[in-house]
Design a protein around this ligand. Structure first.
Ligand SMILES: NC(=O)c1ccc[n+]([C@@H]2O[C@H](COP(=O)([O-])OP(=O)(O)OC[C@H]3O[C@@H](n4cnc5c(N)ncnc54)[C@H](OP(=O)(O)O)[C@@H]3O)[C@@H](O)[C@H]2O)c1
Length: 300
């Protein structure tokens, strides 16, 4: 019988991308994949989760489920910690007792953003938001409970053609408004789910355990990212014309949750260990915008 790999959060933007690349992947020859999302099983229901895992007996779990509403988390601390900490602890405990491996995704928001050079995997964490704190708590549970057979891939500014994300929001607003103000003093690095799935699959194939960092590289501001999104939107026919984009400071665009001012991740360990040649963030962005244009022309 083929061993089972369980994908949680299968309907999220990362989960959907994992499903997209599954057929034809080396992993699909090794594992039978089982997908769950909140409509099938609420992972915070501890007895139901345990029963489900006992029945399924996966040898690998990829946890793409998360509470990701960064601003709402400031009001919904309990929900954020239940999904981002307690579920991770429950998955890790089950994996420990069953000798299964757990691959988990975390975030640049575990850092406070006070650095001025890329964060290494062992840089000091210090989240400045409830969401960041809940993701860090999940990392700590995983490392305490399953240190030798777990992987944490931290990523930043994740986007894709699926779900809700900055790229899709910008394209919509750029089509609706006469001008747009974008924060220009928060520096980070965007990541397409496509490049992240490649790294995740490589980690699983090579059973690479520990903490890894992945983004599409370069240090840019949200303003720079928005300008490139607009350029791609025009090139692929999603936008008719450019609107003026204005640089805002963080103080001019207050949000319920604080964001790190600088959250670039140092990916050198990942690149070296997995022998990767990354694409540029611009290439990744243009690829996703081209797909969005294709989907708009052919919604089926
Ligand atoms: N998005 C970013 O910019 C970003 C940046 C850095 C790191 N990350 C991390 O990357 C990973 C993937 O993010 P993503 O953008 O793909 O997230 P996403 O689109 O929000 O997907 C998360 C999935 O988990 C599901 N989920 C939430 N609560 C659940 C529960 N109690 N039981 C079962 N499933 C539940 C969600 O269902 P519902 O949608 O119905 O709630 C959703 O389908 C997460 O670990 C996230 O923290 C994201």
């Amino acid at each position: 019988m083929t061993a089972t790999l369980l994908l949680t959060g299968s309907q999220g933007q990362l989960g959907t991308t994992i499903q997209q690349y599954w057929p034809g992947s080396a992993l699909s020859e090794q594992y039978q994949r089982q997908c769950v999302d909140v409509n099938d099983l609420d992972l915070t229901n501890h007895p139901a989760l345990t029963d489900y895992l006992d029945q399924l007996e996966p040898v690998v779990i990829v946890n793409a489920a998360a509470y990701t509403a960064v601003d709402r988390a400031e009001e919904e601390q309990g929900s954020a910690f239940r999904v981002n900490e307690q579920v991770v602890a429950d998955l890790a405990s089950w994996c420990k007792s069953s000798s299964a491996a757990l691959y988990h995704i975390s975030t640049d928001f575990v850092f406070d953003g006070k650095a001025d050079s890329p964060y290494a995997t062992d840089s000091a964490t210090n989240p400045v938001s409830v969401y960041g704190a809940s993701k860090l708590a999940g990392e700590q549970q995983l490392q305490a409970l399953l240190p030798d057979s777990s992987t944490i891939v931290r990523t930043s500014w994740l986007y894709s053609e699926y779900g809700n994300n900055f790229v899709k929001t910008m394209l919509r607003l750029m089509g609706e408004k006469d001008s747009l103000g974008i924060v220009a003093d928060q520096i980070g690095s965007p990541t397409s789910t496509h490049s992240l799935v490649n790294i995740l699959f490589r980690c699983i194939e090579s059973r690479a355990f520990g903490i890894f960092h992945w983004s599409d590289g370069d240090e840019i501001s949200w303003y720079d990212f928005a300008a490139a999104i607009q350029q791609a939107g025009i090139e692929f026919g999603l936008l008719e014309e450019a609107i003026p984009l204005n640089r805002l400071t963080t103080a001019e665009y207050p949000t319920p949750a604080a964001r790190p001012a600088y959250s670039v991740l140092d990916r050198s360990k990942t690149i070296a260990l997995l022998d990767e040649t990354p694409n540029s963030w611009r290439e990744e962005l243009f690829r996703v915008v081209a797909t969005l244009a294709q989907l708009e022309g052919d919604p089926e």
